[in-house]
Design a protein around this ligand. Sequence first.
Ligand SMILES: *Cc1c(COP(=O)(O)O)cnc(C)c1O
Length: 392
Amino acid sequence: MSDDTHLRRASWPPSLSRPVASPLHQSVVYASPDPDALDAHYRGQEPGYTYSREGHPNATVLAGLIDRLEGAPGGAITGSGMAAITAVLLGVPRSGDHVIGADQLYGRSLRLMTEDLPRLGIDTSLVDTTKVENLARAMRPETKLILVETLSNPTLRVADLQAIAALARDRGILLAVDNTFTTPRGFRPLASGADITLHSVTKLLAGHADAMLGYVAARDPEVQARLDTVIATFGLTPSPFDCWLAERGLYSFDLRYRRACETAARLADALAGTRGVKRVIYPGRPDHPDHATAMTVFAGQGGNMVSFLLDGGRAAANALTRAAPGLAFAPTLGDIATTLSHPPSSSHRAMSPEARQAIGITEGFFRVSVGVEEAEALIGELTGAIRAAVRT
Ligand SMILES: *Cc1c(COP(=O)(O)O)cnc(C)c1O
């Protein structure tokens, strides 16, 4: 048998032209010419990659694009939004430190705050961050970090992030903002005085419900270096394929977001005039409790998320999702298509009905993540389903 029937790793064909779309580098490991070159790479003197848990080109490209949107000096991509939050919570505080979080953080973030940080000797407090005084009261000499979200889920309350940033800076406490719900087009945490901005890229930025990723960027390069180390050490690294999908999704992010925000504002008004809807929660509407704050903090944008209270209990809620088969009933947000979620049976199921009631989440509570569908058709479908649901 001649040697050329024996398969070896192929060499990449040479080409004078280059691909227009970013190539997918689905490789775990990278070969270097010699030990000197590897040394130069590890010392940061030469660009390159070695082992993809430490970094790979598809993550670099995606991080660079989100850096531009966020105005960040050099953020990192992680394997999920929770991985980005984990990097911050493991990278910033030490045992003996104290961390303050918003009491309506994303469910898994709340779990990290209430179960996992205390287990590591890090004390935590949760406060209603729509009032800055609550934060000031919770601060202690050992407080090192504050974690807030731009919009609370699913009640869409707005914290006065500029005031929180000023207070945190005054006390020398790092402020981390989970910017998933508003995106860098709604709010730019680093430009508003926050120290760390982070995302579930899974949601609006990637935007197609097919890639799970996170992003985290610190203003201070030393803090970023700590986050980068935690990401590589704890294995919070993203997959190249997910980065590649998210890069493709991100190019249409502006178009998708603008359209979704416009439709969301119209949908919110239409829902407010629909029989069977008890209450509409949309920061862009003057009847929202934080409307004025939202208009200042988010530069006049209401976002793509609309929550509403349907008349009736679980039976009416079941009837609604069944009457709207074209709208995915799915516990996520930010997909190109509109999705409907029901917090009492998903994100907030671990809470007692009384605790849910206390923050206004009753069985009729729905959250809509508005997508890019034609507005009239979407509004007709949802209001029609509501009318049918409350009739049954
Ligand atoms: C979804 C979400 C997360 C978690 O992100 P994953 O990508 O699902 O890990 C964190 N924060 C907020 C606000 C989210 O909506």
